[in-house]
Design a protein around this ligand. Structure first.
Ligand code: DX5
Ligand code: ZN
Length: 220
């Protein structure tokens, strides 16, 4: 049976009360905290870095899932590892040496993921399948919360699922962007097991209700 994980993206949290928001969403049943790092260079937005990761680390027990939308990639990896990140993922286009970046993440004691923008081919997986712990399929163009799910992502999730199953390795398949209560079951059927959701969770009045409703969809 598939283990499903719900990873609220704190991009849509109230940053004025971030610690409280992180604790509330974990108490409400979140399996991981998705931590979006944007640099106003690789993507047109600027968010949070290792200092904020370090600040929230003692507040929760669940893994912190760092999604790097930065270029260059390598020099920030050790900082996030020291700040308590558990998983670090990056976009292959943003790294000069993908294999080296993956190795660097592992050398720093974290799990490593590759992130695929809507138009990025899965070919990047070909020679590094044995070095990754997570595949993240973007179902929006990165940079902002609250965008609509791009339907073509479902085909990409199916293709990624096939590649993961063929590899025989235990690799998480995560989807990020426009995930909400009406499409989460379809996304799971396509093969995803880990669901990032920002605006749908933090925009809801009751985090426990929305996370439970998402789980109910996944069980259907
Ligand atoms: C977009 C980020 C996402 C975003 C998801 O670049 O990587 O994690 O916060 O937000 P929603 O769920 O609102 O699309
Ligand atoms: Zn993200």
């Amino acid at each position: 049976m598939t283990t499903y994980r719900i990873a609220p993206s704190i991009l849509s949290a109230d940053f004025a009360r971030l610690g409280e928001e992180v604790q509330r969403v974990v108490d409400a049943g979140a399996d991981m905290i998705h931590f979006d790092v944007m640099d106003n260079h690789y993507v047109p937005n600027l968010t949070i870095g290792p200092m904020v990761c370090q600040a929230i680390r003692p507040l929760v027990q669940v893994p912190i899932d760092v999604h790097l939308m930065v270029k260059p990639v390598d020099r920030i990896i050790p900082d996030f590892a020291k700040a308590g990140a558990n998983i670090i993922s990056f976009h292959p286009e943003a790294s000069e040496h993908i294999d080296r970046s993956l190795q660097l993440i592992h050398d720093n004691g974290c799990k490593a993921g590759l992130v695929f923008n809507p138009a990025t081919p899965l070919d990047y997986l070909l020679h590094v399948m044995d070095k990754i712990d997570l595949v993240l399929i973007m179902s929006v163009n990165p940079g902002f919360g609250g965008q609509s799910f791009i339907p073509h992502a479902l085909k990409k999730i199916e293709a990624a699922r096939q590649l993961i199953d063929q590899s025989g390795r235990d690799i998480m398949l995560e989807v990020d962007g426009g995930v909400h209560i009406d499409n989460i079951a379809d996304i799971a059927r396509a093969g995803a097991d880990t669901f990032v959701s920002g605006s749908a969770i933090f925009g809801h009045a009751d985090y426990r209700t929305i996370i439970s409703d998402m789980r109910r969809q996944l069980a259907s």
